[in-house]
Every structure is written in C-alpha cells, then in structure tokens.
Design a protein around this ligand. Structure first.
Ligand SMILES: Cc1cc2nc3c(=O)[nH]c(=O)nc-3n(C[C@H](O)[C@H](O)[C@H](O)COP(=O)(O)OP(=O)(O)OC[C@H]3O[C@@H](n4cnc5c(N)ncnc54)[C@H](O)[C@@H]3O)c2cc1C
Length: 494
C-alpha cells in the first residue's frame, strides 16, 4: 500500500516495523520481530555486515564458536576450538537467516539516507511522551518515523517509507573513517604519494596483543588465553570479582575485598603474554593493565605469521602517539622521518557520527551524552528518542549473543509484555552502568559491558519475566560458563 502526502513525496507504508542494516544485529532483530513482518533495509547486496565486507582475507572471529552462536541455531562444529574465518561466520549467518526464513524481509541495495520524525507532536522539541516522563508504547497505531531509501538501481530515486517503530542496526565499524588530526600544513595534503609499493605502515597505535604468531602457536595460545579469560568471566560465581551496577552493599564489600585478586589475575595474564610473545622486544607491551582491555572489549587475535614477519624485518614498529606528514612520508614526535610510498591508516571508524548523519534534530544531538557515549537502556532504548531502538552499539565479548538477547527483550517490549521504567529511572540506570565502566577502564568510551555482562543478561531476563539463574542447578551455576544456549526461549527451560 502506498499513500501520497500533499507534497510530492510518495510514502510507502508496508509494515509497522523497520530495521536498518542486515549484519548480525539486523538479522537477530528481524528474526525476533518476525511476528510483525518487518522491512529490513540493507545498503549492500548481502547480509553479514563486517563479516561480508572484511578488508583482509585472514580476518577471523575472535570469540569461540560456542559463544558466538544463536541460542536456537548451533554451529555445525560448535566444539571445534579453531576460530572460524569471516567466510565461515558469513555461512553460519546465512544458514540461520535461511533456516528461519528471515531473508524475505530484507531489501538489498537499499541505503537509508535520511530519517524524519513525524510523530503526533511534530516540532523540533522533544515528544510529549518523553516530556511527561513515560517512554510510551513502541507501536502507536500511527507512523512516527519516515525513512528515505536510496536504491542502487537508480541512486537519484529516493523512496520514502513510514514506520511506527524503527530498529537501527547499522554497525559501528564502517562507512565513516576516523581521521587523525594533524598540525597545520602537516596533513595528508602535503604528502606526495608515489606508486603503490609494499612499504606500508600497518598500525601506529599500540593495541593489546593476546595471541601468538605462527598458526599452531596462535591457536594454542589463543586457547590458553581464552581459558584464563573464561576463568575470569564466564561462570556466574566470578561475578564477585568485578563491580556491577545496582549491587548490594554486601556485594560491593565482596568486590572491594576481591580487588587484590582481580589485580593478581590481571598481572598473571599480562606476565603470561609477555613471556609467550616478544612484546617487550618490539616495544608493544601496553602501559595499562590487562583488566582494562578486557573491560573495553579490546582483545584481538593477531594475523598469522605476524611476529614471524616482524622477525624478518618486514613489519617495523614505531611507538609514537603523535606523527604527521611531510612530502616524502611521515614524521614522528622524536623528529625522525620515514620515507614511504603508501600510508594505510588503521585508525578505525566513527560509528556514532554515522548514526548522527541519518538522524534528525533534536535527536541527533541527544545520541551522544556528555561522557561521549550513547545512553542506551539495556543497550537498546534511548530514553529520549521515541519509538526507536539501537542494536549492536554497546558491545560485549560476544556481540552476537548480546544482539540476540536484546532483540528478544525488544520483541517482548514491542508486544507490551512488560513496561519500561520511567525516563528518569532509565537514565539513572544508564549512569550507574557508565559509572562502573569509568571505574573499570580508561577506555570506557568504547562502551563495553564485558565485566558485568552476566548481570546485564540477568536484568534483561528479569524484565522479560524470565528466571535469571538459567542453569537449573547450583553446581552448574558455580562452575559452568554461560553462553547463548542458556538463553533459549523460557518455555524450553522450564
Ligand atoms: C575485524 C572485526 C572483527 C570482529 N571480531 C569480533 C569477535 O570476534 N567477536 C565479537 O563479538 N565481535 C566482533 N566484532 C564486532 C562486530 O562488529 C560484531 O560482532 C557484529 O558483527 C556487528 O554486527 P552489526 O550487525 O551490529 O554491524 P555490521 O556488521 O557493521 O552490519 C551493519 C550493516 O548495516 C548496513 N548499513 C550501514 N548503514 C546503512 C544504511 N544507512 N542503510 C542501510 N544499511 C546500512 C551495512 O551495510 C551492514 O550490512 C568484530 C568486528 C570487526 C570489524
């Protein structure tokens, strides 16, 4: 059905629910909201997002299969301890989307270029529902958002769609690169790039390293590191090691008493990695404790043969927080110069700017708060942005698991199975979570819930009316790790 407004725009009104992006998050949301036959707009010709559009063929998942798994769709070889390639992740996602018949909702090559607010009170002020202190229903019976979609068939043609509720799943890693800033007259404009030769600066940041160089060593070390991290984080009883939002006085005391143990485990992991890898030799030992990397989801697995190539002198490292261009290459803080033909910036993406580029005011300005993060209740609802949800922006050690659980929560919220707290209560909960992140890691702007992810899942379950202790017996609660399978639909657990 299509309706025309009194201007020139033709508004398609084909579903109440629109989803933007068909990566892991968009597909998870589409499956959980399938009861509403959502429309999923995907800018490219494929689902999968970062797993489809990897820059490097050697990109692998860094989470074990059994953790990066939908609760109702096991990996074919879920106990295989090797880390799947990006193509295997893509295959797994296609298998899931096909099995649950989700692909039929996806409109490929459909990029959302603009979103307009058309709620009841179309002003530049906040909506009445938000001002009244209550968030309101997600399905209101009338369109709240209009979405402009550009199709690659003819980029000049924009189609408009109206929805009552929108889920934004456009990912954090892509589209808008994060560009470093340079002193005046020392930016890339002064660099006279020559032809493409192998002289490439791989990375100018010192990222934490948790694995080894050669393929087999990499596997072994990654597995051991995973084991240490598992001991740290996975079983419910390890929760007392880390501070979490809304903890009782007793737990706060326990957490305080266990802080020497927390630091000891962090030191132990650091020592193990320094012993196993030539981090000191290459000046790559991070200055901050391991626990801060864990708390900000910054644990990476290096490409195969990384240190072997360094050993051969094919990868050189230079630690320099500040650098700039000269016409023959780049210059560092210590005034040494490097002559290069190509400079490859591995400086990441501006996920929040990408979101801001499609949202209208006043919502655009509300997306990021004074701490530089997105204030999202349960990692999903912005208390001041009506009828809109965000999946995939607040990370955990398994983003697939988190995206799925939050989408389950969202689907029940859309169906009015429970009510959200007031706007103020949601904002308070968000600031308690942010306080914990700020205390745990200097990299809190990465917005990761890894240290309190079980607690996060517990609260989501409780809000949905599910049991939060999902194992069925005390022994398993104490010693067996939590993963997606523990969060199957509630009926299956009773
Ligand atoms: C190299 C790399 C390795 C990673 N490894 C892990 C890991 O081991 N474990 C883990 O948990 N996480 C990992 N991550 C994080 C990863 O981002 C998440 O696991 C997850 O895949 C994110 O999915 P997403 O759907 O939220 O975003 P994306 O995968 O980015 O998907 C977003 C989708 O939205 C589409 N889109 C964007 N803008 C628009 C628009 N305007 N209109 C329509 N469509 C649009 C894009 O085309 C894309 O398909 C890794 C990320 C990277 C980059």
């Amino acid at each position: 059905m299509a309706t025309a407004d009194n201007q020139t725009r033709l508004i398609h009104s084909v579903s109440k629910v629109g989803i933007i992006g068909a990566g892991i998050s968009g597909i998870a949301a589409a499956k959980q909201l399938s009861g509403h036959s959502p429309v999923v707009f995907e800018a490219t010709d494929s689902i999968g997002g970062v797993w489809k559009h990897c820059s490097y063929n050697c990109t692998k998942l860094q989470t074990p299969r059994c953790d990066f798994e939908f609760s109702d769709y096991p990996w074919a070889e879920r106990d295989n301890s090797s880390f799947p390639s990006h193509l295997e992740v893509l295959d797994y996602l296609y298998g899931y989307a096909t099995h649950f018949d989700v692909l039929k909702y996806v409109k490929f090559e459909s990029r959302v270029v603009e979103i307009r607010y058309v709620g009841n009170d179309q002003t530049t002020q906040l909506p009445v529902s938000v001002k009244s202190g209550q968030y309101g229903n997600l399905l209101t019976g009338h369109p709240v958002w209009e979405v402009a979609v550009q199709t690659s068939g003819d980029p000049n043609i924009i189609q408009w769609y109206a929805f009552e509720f929108i889920v934004i799943c456009i990912g954090k890693y892509g589209d808008i690169p994060r560009m470093p800033s340079f002193p005046r007259n020392k930016g890339q404009e002064v660099f006279k790039a020559k032809s493409c030769t192998p002289w490439i600066i791989l990375s100018l940041t010192t990222k934490p390293l948790v694995s080894s160089s050669r393929a087999r060593k990499l596997q072994l070390l990654a597995t051991r590191s995973q084991a240490l991290i598992w001991l740290w984080s996975a079983p419910r009883q390890t929760k007392f090691l880390h501070e979490r939002p809304n903890q009782s006085l007793f737990r706060a005391l326990l957490c305080l008493l266990s802080s020497p143990m927390r630091m000891a485990i962090s030191k132990f992991i650091e020592s193990y990695l320094v012993w196993k890898l030539p981090l000191v030799k290459y000046g790559l030992k991070p200055d901050h404790p391991f626990v801060e990397d864990y708390a900000s989801c910054q644990m990476a697995i290096l490409p195969e043969s990384f240190f072997a190539e360094a050993e051969k002198g094919k990868i050189l490292f230079k630690r320099s927080p500040k650098w700039w261009f000269w016409n023959g290459g780049i210059e560092f803080e210590d005034n040494t110069k490097l002559e290069v033909d190509v400079v490859l910036l591995a400086t990441g993406y501006e996920g929040k700017k990408k979101l801001q580029s499609v949202l209208p005011e006043p919502f655009r300005s509300l997306l990021v708060d004074s701490s530089g993060t997105m204030p999202l209740y349960r990692g999903t609802i912005h208390p001041l942005i009506p009828n809109m949800a965000f999946v995939g922006f607040i990370e955990s050690v398994s983003n697939l698991h988190t995206a799925e659980l939050r989408s389950k929560w969202l689907a029940r919220l859309v169906d009015n199975e429970f009510k959200l707290p007031t706007v103020q209560e949601m904002l308070d909960q968000i600031s308690r979570e942010m306080e914990v992140m700020k205390k745990t890691t200097r990299f809190y702007k990465r917005h990761c819930i890894s240290t309190f992810s079980i607690n996060h899942s517990d609260e989501i379950c409780e809000e949905m009316g599910w049991k939060s202790w999902r194992k069925g017996n005390w022994f398993s609660e104490a010693f067996s790790p939590y993963n997606s399978r523990d969060y199957c639909e509630e009926e299956n657990n009773n």
